[in-house]
Design a protein around this ligand. Structure first.
Ligand SMILES: [Zn+2]
Length: 138
């Protein structure tokens, strides 16, 4: 997240569609969809379209800024709810075989935060190592 997002454009107490958020920040709607995959919280029950409370958009952006300061170990995931690196109770591949990021061949791994039980995601180029590392410790 290199772009500077003006969180003040977002009103905390109203809900937004991904498209509305994208328009406010002048980014593509796919950017917001990626945030969702990465953990942006949507309103429970909403999915067509997804709705996001302004406060959750603000929190997500703030947490993204902090996220860069958290160095994750190989088997750690960042929980946006707990705001810290956690070692998930279970880890599974969420990539459906899809690789991203050009030569880096990144995939998305998902896990469950042991503290709050929310889903945590991370991009990695080291899928096998993390999955195997995790199974060794169970
Ligand atoms: Zn958590």
């Amino acid at each position: 997240m290199s772009k500077k997002y003006e969180v003040r454009k977002i009103k905390t107490k109203r809900s937004y569609t991904f498209k509305e958020i994208a328009d406010l920040f002048d980014v593509h709607v796919r950017t917001i969809q990626a945030w969702h995959v990465d953990g942006l919280v949507t309103l429970e029950g909403s999915n067509n379209p997804y709705l996001v409370m302004g406060i959750d958009v603000q929190n997500y952006i703030k947490q993204q800024k902090q996220k860069h300061k958290v160095a994750l170990k190989e088997n750690e995931f960042y929980c946006i709810s707990c705001r810290k690196a956690v070692t998930p109770t279970e880890v599974f591949s969420n990539s459906n075989g899809i690789k991203m990021g050009g030569n880096k061949q990144s995939v998305i791994l998902s896990g469950v935060c042991p503290t709050c039980n929310r889903k945590v995601n991370r991009f990695t180029t080291n899928e096998q190592s993390i999955l195997e590392g995790k199974s060794n410790t169970i």
